[in-house]
Design a protein around this ligand. Structure first.
Ligand code: URA
Length: 239
């Protein structure tokens, strides 16, 4: 593929900007400056440098972010910074989108990709990909709370009761529950409908991935990493 096209589809700007980067000697492959934008470069296993930073060619890109509180899942945030400001600029330019959204005050695992089919698969309620949430409760949790969540609670605007797949107390005030649907404020609304209140919400896991466990074992708040093919398999077999 022509070098200028590689740079363009990897998110380094318009065709003109990418030609310019190359012509100004800012792109290296195997340590050598390549200053010919039309150079034909094989993309398989390609590692390249742009302005001293190393990148791996990725046809599609998959990213996990440990979202901190105080960031909106929007490209045009209204009151806070955007989660996209936590990702490197070329990823944003190549138009990665979050897989669903987390509330501004929710922390935890948020996935991004520029692969529409992947986003669709993971978001589709038909695929039943569980998401695991940990909620700090205002009132101590009890069996009645777990029972309500597991048997289903009625939410305004939802035609049928909404059920947790699993629910357990990690300690008196910490509830862990999993769900295979994503609806606006769903966990907070379910817990409120069950008679308690969420003081803080954290998404611990998504499919087969969980914060604190490989490959996300050391992903600190505000940090992101690329998900590789094996990680996607772990996330969900059809991801
Ligand atoms: N449910 C919520 O209430 N908030 C989130 O951010 C995610 C799920």
């Amino acid at each position: 593929m022509k070098l200028e096209r590689i740079l363009q589809n990897q998110g380094f700007g318009s065709r003109r900007q990418c030609r310019q980067l190359v012509e100004l000697g800012k792109v290296r492959i195997d340590g050598h400056i390549i200053d010919e934008p039309d150079a034909d470069i094989p993309t398989t296993g390609l590692v390249f440098e742009v302005e001293g930073e190393t990148w791996t060619y990725r046809e599609k890109t998959y990213v996990a972010l440990h979202k901190p509180a105080g960031f909106e899942c929007s490209h045009e945030p209204k009151h806070h910074r955007s989660v996209y400001s936590l990702l490197p600029h070329p990823l944003v330019t190549r138009n990665v989108q979050s897989v669903g959204r987390l509330d501004v005050d929710t922390t935890g695992l948020l996935l991004f990709s520029d692969d529409g089919a992947f986003i669709h698969t993971l978001s589709s309620p038909k695929k039943h990909v569980p998401k695991v949430y940990r909620a700090r409760l205002a009132e101590a949790g009890n069996e009645a709370l777990l029972h309500s969540l597991l048997s289903g609670v009625s939410l305004l605007d939802e035609p049928r009761p909404v059920q947790a797949l699993t629910a357990r107390l990690l300690d008196e005030y910490t509830l862990e529950m999993s769900l295979d649907l994503g609806k606006y404020h769903v966990v907070k609304r379910m817990i409120a409908a069950a008679g308690n209140h969420v003081e803080h919400l954290h998404r611990h896991g998504f499919g087969g991935l969980a914060l604190g466990e490989a490959p996300l074992a050391s992903l600190a708040e505000g940090e992101w990493l690329y998900l590789e093919a094996a990680d996607l398999q772990q996330l969900h077999p059809s991801a």
